[in-house]
Design a protein around this ligand. Structure first.
Ligand code: HEC
Length: 205
C-alpha cells in the first residue's frame, strides 16, 4: 500500500521536474540570443537529430570582429609579449615578430627557426587562420612549438585579432559578416522563433 503511494508520488514528482525542465529549456532556446550560446544550441541540435557532428572548432570570427576592441586586444596581447614583439622592425624572440602578421605568409619571417609543422603549414594568416590557430594552437597546427594554450573566448580572440590587424601601416579591411544563420542554414525554420512568445508591449493590458 505504502509502496504504491510512493510510486504515485514519485511519478508526480518526475512529471513535475520534467515539466519544469522543459519550461526552462524553452526559455533558454527562445530567449537566449547570445552568439556563443546559440552556437552551442546548434551543436546540441545537430547531435540530437543524428546529423553529422558539427565542427568542434572555434566560432566564425567575422561577427565578433565587427564589434571587437583593439585596445582590449592590446592588453590581452601582453600574454603574447613574453615571446613576440609587435612594433615595426621589432626583433624576433622566442616567437617571430608580429608586426604586419595579418595576411602575412605563414612561417615567412626570414631567419626565424620555425618548427617543421609550422613551416609545412600552407597559406597566410587570414582572419580565419588566426582564429583557428589562436583558439588552440597545438590542436590546429600539431607539432607547433608555440607554447600557448589558446584563447577560448571568441570576444577575447576577436579583440586580439583586431589588435594584430592594427599592427600595420595600412590595416586590412574587416571581413564581411555572413548573413544570419536562418537564411544560410537549411531547415533553420525549426530553430529560432526568437521572442515569439513575448507579446509586444502594446498588446499587454
Ligand atoms: C611561450 C611563447 C609564446 C607565446 C606566449 C605566444 N607565442 Fe606565438 N609563437 C611562438 C613561437 C615559438 C612561434 C613559432 C611556432 C612554430 O614555429 O611552430 C609562434 C608563432 C606565432 C604565429 C605565426 C607567425 C608566423 O610568422 O607564421 C602567430 C600568428 C602567433 N604566434 C601569434 C601569437 C599570439 C597572438 C599570441 C598571444 C595570444 C602568442 N602567439 C603567444 C611563441 C609564443
Amino acid at each position: 500500500m505504502d509502496l504504491e503511494k510512493n510510486k504515485i508520488f514519485a511519478a508526480v514528482l518526475v512529471a513535475g521536474i520534467a515539466g519544469y525542465f522543459f519550461g526552462f529549456m524553452s526559455d533558454v532556446v527562445f530567449h537566449e540570443t547570445h552568439a556563443e550560446n546559440a552556437y552551442h544550441i546548434e551543436v546540441a541540435e545537430n547531435l540530437s537529430s543524428g546529423a553529422v557532428v558539427a565542427n568542434q572548432g572555434p566560432e566564425p570570427i567575422a561577427a565578433y570582429l565587427a564589434v571587437a576592441d583593439a585596445s582590449k586586444g592590446e592588453s590581452l596581447a601582453r600574454a603574447c609579449a613574453a615571446c613576440h614583439t609587435f612594433e615595426k622592425g621589432g626583433a624576433d624572440g622566442i616567437g617571430p615578430h608580429l608586426w604586419g602578421v595579418l595576411n602575412r605568409d605563414v612561417a615567412s619571417v626570414g631567419g626565424f627557426a620555425y618548427s617543421d609543422a609550422m613551416a609545412a603549414h600552407e597559406g597566410s594568416w587570414t582572419y580565419d587562420e588566426l582564429n583557428n590557430f589562436l583558439y588552440k594552437p597545438k590542436a590546429y597546427i600539431e607539432g607547433t612549438k608555440m607554447n600557448y594554450i589558446g584563447l577560448k573566448d571568441p570576444e577575447k580572440r576577436a579583440n586580439v585579432i583586431a589588435y594584430l590587424r592594427s599592427l600595420s601601416d595600412n590595416p586590412a579591411a574587416l571581413p564581411d559578416v555572413p548573413p544570419p544563420a536562418e537564411e544560410a542554414v537549411e531547415g533553420a525554420d525549426e530553430q529560432l522563433p526568437v521572442n515569439e512568445e513575448t507579446p509586444a508591449p502594446e498588446t499587454v493590458e
